[in-house]
Structures are given as C-alpha cells and as structure tokens.
Design a protein around this ligand. Sequence first.
Ligand SMILES: N[C@@H](CCC(=O)N[C@@H](CS)C(=O)NCC(=O)O)C(=O)O
Length: 231
Amino acid sequence: MTRTLYELQGQDDKRFSPFCWRTRMALAHKGLEATFEPVQFSQKDKIAFSNQKLVPVLRDGETVIADSWTIACYLEDKYPDAASLFGGSVGQGLARNMNFWVDMSIHPALARVIVADTFDNAIDTADQVYFRESRESRFGMTLEEFSPRSDADVSKLQNVLSPAIATLNVQPFLSGDAPAYADYILFGTVKWAAASTDRIVFPNDGPFGAWLIRMYDLFDGYARTSGAAAA
Ligand SMILES: N[C@@H](CCC(=O)N[C@@H](CS)C(=O)NCC(=O)O)C(=O)O
C-alpha cells in the first residue's frame, strides 16, 4: 500500500512545519514507512484532493486525512498492533489537551520570538510574498514589528514553557517513562524554531535540554537526519 505524507517545504528544502513534524514522528513511532511529498505554500494544487488548504495531509492507500491531530488518531485506530501513540483513551484525552496547549499558548509566544527569522531563513523565495502578506494581515503589523527578536519575548516563551520543564524535571518524557504523541506535539514546535533561527529560544540545558537530546536520539537519530536535516 502506498503511504504519502504531504508536508511543507521551505528554503533549502527545509521541512519546518511543526504540524508536519508531529506526523513524521508519529509515523516513525509506529514504524510506518512513508514517502514525503514536499508542498510549498504556493502549491495548494498538490493537496487539492484533500479538499482543504493546509498540510500535513496523509494519503494512506485510498484514505486521505488532513490535520495532524486527526492523522494521529487515525494512525492509532488503523494500526493498533504498532506502538501506541497515546497509551489508551485517558492518554489520548491528555494528549489532546497538550495539542491545544501547544497550539494556543506555545505557538503564539514562539511566533513573537521567531516569525521574522522564519521569513528570512525558512520560507522559500517563491512563498515570501504570500507568507508576508498573509501573516501581516493576521498580525495587523509587519513581521518585523510583530517579531522584533527581543530577549523579553524569549523570556515570555520560556515562562509559558515552565509546566513542560517542571514535568521533565521529574520524568524523562512528557508522556512519562517513554516517548509518545504528547512529546511529538511539542517537539514539532522545537523543529520549527530550529529551522528558523540559530538563537537559543528553547532551553538547551537542564531538563528541557536533556529531553531534546533524547528526542533527537529517537529512531536512530531520525529528527537529526531527515527532513530539515540542517535544523
Ligand atoms: N491544525 C492543523 C494546522 C495545520 C497548519 O496550519 N499547517 C500550516 C503549515 S505549518 C499550513 O499548511 N499553512 C498553509 C497556509 O498558511 O497557507 C494541523 O494540526 O495539522
């Protein structure tokens, strides 16, 4: 059966979408092979078959699924004999909470820190006009006004992150003793930052830094060597 993940492609072939990384890691966790089809912002025609305009999109045989959370739930249901992403329905409920927390608290704080860098270092030139116009219309100001690369914004991000740091101070993974989907949710966001900037925006020391090393080591160093390998 053919399995294809349509994912965002940026400058120098960087795969910098946090949501696509969630799905990449979920596939690796389940040991499912896939081919990766790059999609730029300006290539909506490539995912028109999914009847919506966002990536990731997974085509699994004849089945088409959009939205990273929906894809994770699909993979869990469809491949119950492969390693579990959630560890049962209670874990699934808590991972959903994590999904909303990262989307609604971490992403807005991180966007302030790195969106101007994302534009400079991760967005392909073919997509720069679209990215600037769509995001400036969303933010109501220029990318550089929204994201002035200030230390204060990094501090705010790290404050928002403190529940995750506290958790990793007492257990090796957000999911407990072993990694699972909740870890991939936040890790995808780290990959977005890593593809955008060399600045240290997430802690690279302490419990969070140790977790990052564990995450990068997973699946034979998968997140170091695949996708945005340079990130
Ligand atoms: N809730 C969706 C969000 C997906 C999303 O926002 N994807 C971005 C890439 S990071 C996208 O496709 N953007 C296209 C655009 O802005 O035109 C998910 O979890 O998959």
